[in-house]
Structure formats: structure tokens, C-alpha cells
Design a protein around this ligand. Structure first.
Ligand code: MRU
Length: 341
């Protein structure tokens, strides 16, 4: 399964707002349209946003290539800013855009860089898939035999260049016969767990049970969950991390019930420039996501709404961080610096 395809002159994105009902690929040849696709969550998930932005940068460079070099450079700076403003929390977006800009600079900040930029975007995409395979195989080693695993939101093939981070761990462990059940939190308000994780795992015939977010604690109390693994949008230098809203409650519940709690992420999600999670910008999204389910009104239209898309989980609640370089254990600050500094 994949959500992003590069066709040489067009970026194809699987419209994740329509899943699981409709599988529709949308074509993009304009970088600003890709920025809008990121904002509206046609494409979502930290690594997938980064990969899409990298391809958007290629599309922009092509469309401005007939300009003189000063105008070309001004347009590229502007495009980067528009892409960077699409979503604030996942650091992969900024990481990918900075990498593309460095590639442009290394090739004289001119339209001559076009083919190098395309190669760089393809490399970002391919490396993400490769990192996910390694995350999967390191992560599978910490999955207990016969485990029932809880996950939150969607950190799968749909959220990445392919294979997934948290769902990559689940895929690899399932291939080793270790997974008896995956519990997928439905993940209010946008239902990424119900719409995307349940769909994605179902396609791979991995046994999945959908639960509402408020059911996880009672399953843990009943001893029906042996491990939690979920994704990450940005990890600070001390191991605090932002992920989909509700992750923090899962972490607190897991801690209380003694259930091992892991996040899985590639190095492109680590932001060592931020000392702790309090400094991670948290996106707030539209009130309609809370007052409506699809087009159906579910709350009074004049109610006050608070709709943060992410929360921060303190590193003290983490058992380990599953990365492409191995599983990192406490002390996180020291060990993150050692492997990624
Ligand atoms: O708002 P979303 O759907 O982009 O949020 C996605 C998540 O929170 C994922 O867990 C995270 O991006 C990791 S994806 C490998």
C-alpha cells in the first residue's frame, strides 16, 4: 500500500479524506496545490507530508525555470514559505524543505538544478521507505509473542513514503507470527484510526479490532493489551514528543497499567534544536472538525470549541523509541544525542 506516487511530471496523492469509502488518486503539477492538499489532509502523517513537500519543490522549480535567476530564486523562497506554512507540528515538512533548498543551493540556486532536485526528492521518498523497513525489524524484536497491540491514529504506509513506522513494526511482527490482535483507536475527531489504520491493516489481513478512544483504559485493565506502539510528529532533544491528540492519554493509561509504551519514528522526525516538548508548536484546526462528522452536525453550532490536532507526551512515559538505528532507551536525552546528534 502507498499514498504517494511520482510520475516524472505529476505527483499523485491518494485522497485520504475519502478513505475508506473511495480510493481516488489526485494529480498535482502545482506546488501551491500540494500545500493545500497538505493543509486539507488529502495527504497527512509526518513523513508523508515531508515527501510530498519535496516533490512540490521540484514542481515549483520546473514551473519557474524560464525566469531569470533573481526571479527564480525569489519564487523558490516564496514557495518554500507557502509549503512550510501548510502544517506546523510535524518537523519532517521543514526537514524535507531544508534538504531540498540545500540541494538547490549546491547546484547554483538556478534552474540548472532541476534534475538534481528531482533525484533528491526521489531519494527522500526512497530513504523514508528504507528507514521504515529498519524501524519495523528493530521494533518487531520488542513485540512479545502473541501480543495484542494498541495503536493510535495512523502511522502506517498511508502516513509515510510506504510501509509505515508504528504499523511497520506491527507488519514486521505480524510476519514473524507474533501479533494476535491490533486494537486501533478510532482517533477523534478525524478518525484516522477508523478510516485509515483499520483499512490499511485489513488490506494486509492483520487481525484488527476497532475501538473508540475512551475504551483503551478498560482493555488495559482487563490485561488485553501487551504493548502500545504509535507514531510521532516531532520529538524534542529530551525525548518528549508530539503525536496525534489523545496520545498523551494513551501514555498515561499505559503507565498506570504497566503496559510497555513505544513510539516509532525515523530520524527525520527528531528535532534536536528543541530542548523539550513544551517548545513544539501545536496545530489547532477548524471548529467544524468538532461540530460535524463529515457533513452531519453533531454539536450546537454556537458552542465554543478547542481542537488541537496534537498533544505532547513527556519522555518519562516512554518505554523506548524505535528508530532506524535501533531501539533507544533511557536516558533519552543522552542516547538521542549519541545516535542522532
Ligand atoms: O493529523 P495527522 O493525521 O497528520 O496526524 C498523524 C499522526 O499523528 C501520526 O501518528 C504521525 O504523523 C506519525 S506518521 C508515521
Amino acid at each position: 500500500m502507498e499514498a504517494i506516487q511520482w510520475r516524472g511530471d505529476t505527483l499523485l496523492l491518494l485522497d485520504q479524506t475519502k478513505l475508506p469509502v473511495t480510493e481516488e488518486w489526485l494529480p498535482y503539477t502545482d506546488a501551491y496545490q500540494v500545500a493545500s492538499a497538505i493543509r486539507t489532509m488529502v495527504v497527512r502523517g509526518a513523513p508523508a507530508i515531508g515527501v510530498s513537500a519535496a516533490y512540490a519543490y521540484v514542481l515549483a522549480a520546473r514551473s519557474f525555470s524560464a525566469l531569470d535567476s533573481a526571479s527564480f530564486s525569489a519564487q523558490m523562497t516564496q514557495t518554500k514559505a507557502v509549503l512550510a506554512a501548510s502544517r506546523p507540528t510535524a518537523v519532517n515538512l521543514f526537514w524535507a524543505l531544508d534538504r531540498m533548498e540545500r540541494c538547490l543551493m549546491a547546484h547554483g540556486n538556478s534552474p540548472q538544478a532541476l534534475s538534481a532536485l528531482e533525484r533528491e526528492a526521489i531519494a527522500i521518498h526512497r530513504e523514508d521507505m528504507e528507514m521504515n523497513r529498519r524501524i519495523g525489524s528493530f521494533g518487531a524484536s520488542v513485540v512479545p509473542e502473541g501480543a495484542s497491540i494498541l495503536t493510535h491514529c495512523n502511522a502506517g504506509a498511508l502516513a509515510t513514503g510506504g510501509y509505515g513506522t508504528a504499523l511497520g513494526v506491527i507488519r514486521a511482527a505480524h510476519a514473524q507470527g507474533k501479533v494476535s490482535m491490533v486494537y486501533a483507536d478510532e482517533t477523534r475527531p478525524l478518525l484516522q484510526g477508523a478510516r485509515l489504520t483499520a483499512y490499511e491493516l485489513g488490506k494486509d489481513q492483520i487481525p484488527t479490532t476497532l475501538i473508540a478512544d475512551n475504551m483503551a483504559a478498560s482493555l488495559m485493565r482487563a490485561g488485553r493489551i501487551q504493548m502500545v506502539v504509535l507514531g510521532c510528529d516531532r520529538m524534542a532533544a529530551n525525548g518528549d514528543f508530539a503525536n496525534k491528540i489523545g496520545t498523551y492519554s494513551v501514555a498515561v493509561n499505559a503507565h498506570f497499567h504497566g503496559v510497555p509504551f513505544y513510539t516509532a519514528l525515523p530520524s527525520s522526525t527528531i528535532d534536536l534544536a528543541l530542548s523539550d516538548g513544551g517548545k513544539i508548536p501545536i496545530e489547532e484546526r477548524a471548529r467544524e472538525e468538532m461540530t460535524h462528522l463529515s457533513d452531519v452536525q453533531t454539536a450546537p453550532l454556537d458552542v465554543q470549541v478547542f481542537n488541537p490536532a496534537f498533544d505532547v507526551t513527556p519522555h518519562q512515559l516512554l518505554t523506548g523509541i524505535i528508530t532506524e538505528k535501533g531501539v533507544i532507551y533511557p536516558p533519552f536525552q543522552e542516547n538521542l544525542k549519541k545516535h542522532f546528534g
